[in-house]
Design a protein. Sequence first.
Length: 344
Amino acid sequence: MKLTCVSRELHPRHTFRISRGTRTEVRNVFVRLESDGIAGYGEASPNAFYDETWEGVTQKIEAARGFIEALDLQTVAGLEAAWGQLWELVAPSRAAQCALDVALWDWLARRRGVSVTELMWARKPEPVTTFCTIGLSSTEELATKMAEMRRFPRIKLKSDATASLRSLEYVRARATGLLAVDANCAWGAADLRALSQSLKKLGVTFIEQPYPPERDADLARARSVLPLMADESCLVEEDVPRVAPLYDGFNIKLVKCGGLTPARRMVLRGKVLKQTLMVGCMLESSALIAAGAVIAQRTSYADLDGAWLIGDDPFRGWQFADGILTPPAEPGLGVEPEAGLFEG
Ligand SMILES: [Mg+2]
């Protein structure tokens, strides 16, 4: 397989703020694999919180070049085997692993003339209702965002250490859909019991990652009245049995776990453990969102707003309208890069 790897800066439409920082741009890494006249695409959104950089991811992908060029991929079992062999070359970069693994799934599905959803789950892809995220916002920013999101079916609000209810009350008064709150580990000092009671009165459905991972053991004592979802506490498939007794569910992200191959296994293990499953994303293009949408076919919730949040999406894929993603008809991930992306 011929491997092409490029990086590209992407810019959120609005400054994206969460409790641990502000993003005005990200530099994502894009992969194209080509063999027998068929191309497969993958992407990584390197996140400093997980010690990933675009340079590090690019280096690891280059370390796998020889393996990819010699790879003869025929079956899903072959994908599983390739994942294990790739990991020895790209560890510890889950993001590099993700970009290559997603591209391999896309390539194999296109080769078969089916969607990745059909290849993985033996069913046609259904539209995905996604959460759309409102980062930490000023009153003016909130007004602008709600003008666009009023009709959206699922809205997730970021929260910081102040655990202020101001934004939530503003959104609750204007939105009709389901609401969730993501603290990104910032509520270590908050009274989670009292806070969850207030959020429940405002109609919030669940709380994501209230405490930092090192405080997981304190969650039982905190007695939240709302379901808790793990994100920063559940990165890879080995985390699933540990978080299952502490949380009601977990948020699978392809860049955290290393692609579609382990994400599929996390879905299967989570279902056995009766966990509520969600698939999430970073700031990423329609290429990686399309891969997340494959996992969303088997999860209760999806948070796949990454391509909608950015203003310069270099891929075309699942169509976003008012918080619903509609699958493309083309095989594989059904995504196409803009002209020239892989020539730069
Ligand atoms: Mg989160």
